[in-house]
Design a protein around this ligand. Sequence first.
Ligand code: ATP
Ligand code: MG
Length: 356
Amino acid sequence: MKTYKIAAIPADGIGPEVIDAGAQVLAALEKREETLSFDLTTFHWGSDYYKKTGVMMPEDGLDQLKPFDAIYFGAVGAPDVPDHITLWGLRLPICQGFDQYANVRPTRIIPGVASPLRGVEAGDLDWVIVRENSEGEYSGHGGRAHRGLPEEVGTEVSIFTRVGVTRIMRYAFDLARSRPRKLLTVVTKSNAQRFGMVMWDEIAAEVAQDYPDVTWDKMLVDAMTVRMVKTPQSLDTIVATNLHADILSDLAGALAGSLGVAPTANIDPERRFPSMFEPIHGSAFDITGKGIANPVASFWTASQMLDHLGEGAASARLMRAVEKVCADGIVTPDVGGTATTQQVTDAVCEAIRSEN
Ligand code: ATP
Ligand code: MG
């Protein structure tokens, strides 16, 4: 019996609702598999904690998280706390402190969740977007000069390093290799941005030498948006910079049907630190407390967590259960259903129990 220590950080808005749903599903898996168990510890950090203490998490927060096998994160952000505090106070310190440089975002059409693309069905769109999560356009470098004057200048400096680009490229090629189609698309804007982006292209070509079994191509980010809409079947694994992948994965989430189903993993591929798994959606205060938050993104990211922990069979079982329940039409209002969070959760737990 293998026991995994999971740090749960439900945080704000619907975060606690979808993490609670995920905990129920993990408990059902534990019963079904009999070879693994989860030891969940909940950390009540986030915006309410901030209102009491002035910080989003304690100063030794990372030290408290370090001994865990993984972090299961809800959502962060509150209407009455400024964005820069919620953003820089909890998620980013964890991503940066634990060097989670690969942000992995699987997208596929789940049966029962309709894509806005006409004629595109489950199986036609099955992607994983790998987002560089540690440098690039969000490096935080730049500044403002002559503030408020007519000659004011603002700069926003993108920083790309050989180490940073090589490691994300290797991660992407490895991931592409692990998937049936062994297909990778490297996205840049190297026609207009002639330094860092050209370096991306060069490093991609260098790393590709070590992966003769992976078919790869390059796309400019603008053309990539067209390809995602027009020929989604032609794509599989995608790697892009922090900014480009941020935008492309929102498009991907929309094409797959709903924000409420899209998951993401912040991975330290070297496994020096715990990796963090979370829904892509935010705290969604408009539906908080109504019992209708879609828990599928939370289940899907739990499945990513299981994969990362080496529990591929349990991960696949969880996704089969989720897909069955969605195909049966037991879905929340955001994807056109009438089920509550708890009804979807109960159905997924039952599907896990009763699967042959
Ligand atoms: P952020 O500030 O991080 O963007 P947010 O509160 O604006 O967070 P989003 O994730 O951007 O929330 O979601 C936008 C809207 O989509 C929400 O207000 C909500 O109506 C809907 N939504 C998001 N996630 C879910 C979900 N899991 N289930 C149902 N509806 C959701
Ligand atoms: Mg939003």
